[in-house]
Design a protein. Sequence first.
Length: 227
Amino acid sequence: MKHAMRATPVCGLRERKKQRTRDALIRAAIELFVVKGYERTTVDEIAAEVEVSQRTFFRYFAGKEEVALALEDSVEEAFVTAVAERPAGEPPFEALRAALDESWHSISAVIAAVVPLSTYMAMYRVIESTPTLLSAQMRHSALVEARLASVIAAREGLDPADPRPRVLVAAVGGVIRVAQRLWGDGDETSVESIRRITEEHLNLLVPVLAQPWDEHQAVSGISLFQT
């Protein structure tokens, strides 16, 4: 009796190949942006690094701006997912902080799957120093914050028009951006270093907003309220 032939998971193989090509394009783009600069790098050069055509590049990305921020998009997506998966009943600020704390490992894995962390940090500096990319990043961050506000509103059973989720997410997002800029200006390149800086600044949020300021309670921006 003949054995039935096992079907080959063609779709799975195709999707993995597409993901490898996408990651390779992101990696090539980031490496070129870091070495040559964003403005001086062309789509043709990115495609040539991966040995694909320009047409193939445009099947994955609308242009240089999209590929430059693709890894940032993946990192932010991991955070939004982590917030959505927090236990019901957890207060909103605690949910955001806990999700951020839990997502550091997945964020690190997302980055490491494409480029070394040192290269990612160098690309962050490229974004900060390139007006076109910085403007695009800020626009995208606003969209991510809107998504997070919707997630928080849904978790709390609030009307979408309720401003509290948007205010909370804007405050936390602002603190994270400040921490990221400090990290980008520093010499440390580890995930642990950005995690520490972010936690230190989030620890300051409630005291800064709700308590009197005492110059004796803060040294070089680090508060006694840190954990």
